[in-house]
Design a protein around this ligand. Structure first.
Ligand SMILES: [Mg+2]
Length: 323
């Protein structure tokens, strides 16, 4: 399996429209298996161990039959990076056709965060707003901000730890979504989320694939929203399949982030605030045009070998995925 993955491996660097988590070019590795194309794209700083679920998700996409899909399209939210220029904010918003929910990155300077939210509200008065803090606030900071922010759909990962989230929940009526709390957990099944969060964020790659993400959702019995990690259209298409396979889906999903890329390997357009669920194969011209240097390609090959031997291989064998 490893040889076959390395054999079809393509690595591309996709320029982003704007600085996103300090990323201005997104490197993603793509490979093809009997079930189609798959993406392996943990952020560059992630360790081999942390990259294991990302690799398992990609292997599942390439080698394992997808569970039945019950939706043909998935509603997506607009995603607003932590930018402050109103013209740039307007331009980003305009790339999410028909989205009625906007997720805004906050957690830096509170005044700039509030100004960004006000700017989005002015540009899209009808939109529902959710904010994502990536765990950057203390409980006191979170409480103070939520007192000032006005009506929002939910706040995603306001604080980092489960104890802080529980404390915040006692103090604030705003709904809380958990992202890092579940996707960075050593064992997402072992963590007790009661009285800490109201909504579970599911990201297919860091949670180890569609089947495992559905099992995690089932285990915690919370409403879910599916989100992503600035993947190419190949990775996004797999997140869309997770969203389409879930028995219950109550929120717009963070799967429109392709709109933040200046270029992509395939088209996956947002139409009337939704994306069609389908298989995506990368365009062969794009694979050549955006290919990384040989040095970067070798770096990714080494990363894949190391992630495989760091634990992915053992799990693949345990699951019986090696035919
Ligand atoms: Mg998040």
């Amino acid at each position: 399996m490893l040889d076959s993955i390395l054999g079809s491996l393509k690595v591309v660097a996709l320029a982003t429209k704007t600085d996103f988590r300090s990323v201005t070019s997104r490197e993603v590795a793509l490979f093809e298996g009997p079930m189609g194309w798959a993406e392996f794209s943990p952020f560059l700083e992630y360790s081999y161990e942390e990259s294991i679920p990302w690799f398992l998700s990609a292997i599942e996409a390439a080698y394992i039959k997808t569970p039945p899909l019950i939706r043909a399209t998935v509603e997506v939210n607009a995603t607003m990076p932590a930018i402050d220029n109103p013209d740039e904010i307007a331009e980003i918003l305009s790339s999410f056709d028909g989205a009625t929910v906007v997720k805004i990155k906050v957690g830096g300077d509170a005044r700039a965060d509030l100004a960004r939210i006000a700017c989005v509200r002015e540009l899209c008065p009808e939109a529902r707003i959710r904010i994502d803090v990536n765990g950057l606030w203390s409980v006191d900071q979170a409480e103070a901000f939520l007192d000032q922010v006005g009506e929002i759909e939910y706040v995603e990962q306001p604080c980092l730890t489960i104890d802080e989230l529980r404390e915040l929940k006692k103090r604030s009526g705003v709904k809380i979504a958990g992202d890092e709390i579940i996707r960075k957990a050593k064992n997402p099944f072992a963590i007790d989320l009661s009285d800490a969060i109201d909504i579970l964020i599911l990201k297919v790659a860091p949670l180890g694939g569609i089947t495992r993400a559905i099992e995690i959702a089932h285990h915690h019995q919370l409403p879910v929203a599916v989100s992503s990690a600035l993947e190419s259209a190949v990775g996004i298409s797999y997140g869309l399949k997770l969203a389409a396979a879930l028995p219950q889906l109550d929120f717009a999903c963070g799967l429109g982030t392709g709109a933040l890329l200046a270029v992509d390997v395939a088209e996956l357009p947002i139409i009337n605030g939704a994306i069609q669920v389908r298989d995506v194969a990368p365009d062969s011209g794009a694979l050549i045009k955006y290919a990384v240097s040989n040095e970067r390609l070798n770096w990714w090959k080494n990363r894949i070998r190391m992630t495989w031997s760091a634990g992915a291989q053992a799990i693949v064998q345990e699951k019986g995925w090696i035919l």
